[in-house]
Design a protein around this ligand. Structure first.
Ligand code: PLP
Length: 372
């Protein structure tokens, strides 16, 4: 089987599973307990935190959550102090940001969506118009889960803060973290969401980076874990697995992934009815293509029969008929209906791009012929 749906989730590294097993078989103590073995568990938890924090630039605070959806929801539920002012969100956000923005609209808040360029990056002119002195929160996806397009969060944060130095700038870094260098302080942002299962870590573990000096109200209250900001016994095994996943993912040869993406892109775009959604400057880990005249679900099924698993854009949106992000990029109905997403992970470092590209191209060709 060739698994090319790593933007949906990744296979955990063996080393991650081994690391996690330690916390189920030996160091299973509650890290808040006041006896010596639990101190060791708490120490390992803090080591994981420091390690992941250093991966984000080593400044500020990192709070663990149950997933990036929780991290994003926390920002939207607790990052807004009152109903005054407006919120600016890009049209290219993942559902976990977009739906929170929709909920704020229902609560009567002025939410402004920034349009996308044809490659699905945020349109900076529109951004500059939508953000103003009354903006309290801005949220921009760092790397698109749909197309791999990368937003220049440093430039956008600088621009936003020039309009209102007090606004909060949040970036959803789920598809960027571990795949590109991230320095939250240097980027001038306030909040950054990450998730373990996109880089060979376990599902159900996320974190929210919060800049030094920023006080965010808690989303979950209770036992006062995570400095009182996120109650609930910490998922120590998952957190240690997250840190180990980052360590192992950092070691993969990213140039080989970039090469694989290029080979697949060239093989597929050699067909006159296939085009890339996005641009060449995006993440090497995502390749989204539109196949004109073919329904993506049918292509996905056909590829699965051949042992190749691909995605249909965001895994969360694959059950929905309409692809919001592709549509915001200006893709037409036929292109949207024929779009598949190939996304890569550590397991693909040695994938034979030429052979897989040929297989996918053959599947596409056969469906095209059947249709005529
Ligand atoms: N943000 C982006 C860009 C994503 O791709 C995803 C997952 O698909 C999420 C947020 C949600 O992450 P989680 O599954 O940890 O809730």
């Amino acid at each position: 089987m060739i698994y090319l749906d790593n933007a949906a989730t990744t296979k955990p590294f063996d080393g991650v599973i081994r690391r996690m097993a330690h916390f189920y078989t030996e160091a299973y103590f509650n890290p808040s307990a006041l006896y010596a073995p639990a101190f060791d568990t708490a120490k390992e938890l803090e080591e994981s935190r420091s390690y992941l924090l250093s991966a984000l630039g080593g400044w500020g605070n990192l709070y663990f959550t149950s997933c990036a959806t929780e991290s994003n929801s926390w920002v939207f539920r607790c990052g807004i102090k009152n109903k005054r002012g407006n919120i600016v969100v890009s049209a290219g956000e993942h559902a976990s940001v977009y739906e929170n923005a929709q909920a704020l609209i229902s609560a009567g808040i002025d939410v402004r969506f920034v349009s996308l360029n044809a490659d699905s990056t945020v349109n900076q002119d529109d951004f500059a118009q939508k953000v103003d002195a009354d903006t309290t929160l801005v949220s921009v996806i760092h790397c698109s889960n749909e197309t791999g397009a990368i937003n220049d969060i440093k430039t956008l944060a600088t621009l936003a803060k020039s309009k209102n130095g007090k606004l909060l700038f949040h970036a959803d870094g789920v598809q960027a973290f571990g795949k590109m260098t991230v320095d939250c302080r240097d980027a001038g942002i306030d909040l950054y969401s990450i998730s373990a299962h996109k880089i060979g870590g376990p599902k159900g573990v996320g974190a929210l980076w919060v800049r030094e000096g920023l006080h965010l109200s808690p989303f979950l209250i209770g036992g006062g874990q995570e400095k009182g900001l996120r109650s609930g016994t910490e998922n120590v095994a998952g957190i240690a697995g997250f840190a180990e996943a980052f360590r192992l993912f950092s070691q993969i040869d990213k140039q080989k992934i970039a090469k694989l993406k290029n080979i697949l892109k060239e093989a597929l775009c050699a067909l006159p009815y296939v085009s890339v959604n996005g641009s060449d400057t995006g993440s090497p880990f995502v390749l989204s293509v539109a196949v004109q005249g073919v329904k993506a679900e049918i292509l996905q099924r056909k590829l699965a029969e051949c042992g190749i698993l691909v995605g249909l854009g965001s895994a969360c949106a694959s059950r929905l008929k309409k692809n919001r992000v592709l549509s915001a990029m200006g893709k037409n109905k036929e292109q949207i209906e024929g779009s598949v997403r190939l996304s890569f992970g550590a397991e693909n470092v040695n994938t034979d791009g030429v052979a897989v590209g040929q297989q996918i191209a053959d599947c596409i060709k056969s469906l095209h012929i059947q249709r005529r």
